[in-house]
Design a protein. Structure first.
Length: 65
């Protein structure tokens, strides 16, 4: 999902993958795949990312602006 990748990149701008991994418990390699568009998160990890980033799943998935 291109929109997910773009919005995730936008939301994490200025944060390193290492910081994200430590804060969310999601492995750095997995975050790298999300940010490169090679993989999308399962529901549990999507919720973790949304809570950490302060956005809704609908926003990350492109269902709302």
């Amino acid at each position: 999902m291109k929109i997910f990748t773009e919005r995730l990149q936008e939301c994490v701008a200025g944060k390193t993958q290492r910081v994200l991994a430590q804060a969310t418990g999601i492995p750095q390699q997995t975050l790298s795949r999300y940010l490169s568009g090679k993989q999308t998160p399962d529901l549990e990890r999507l919720v973790i990312l949304c809570r950490y980033l302060g956005v809704t799943a609908d926003y990350l998935l492109g269902l709302e602006n």
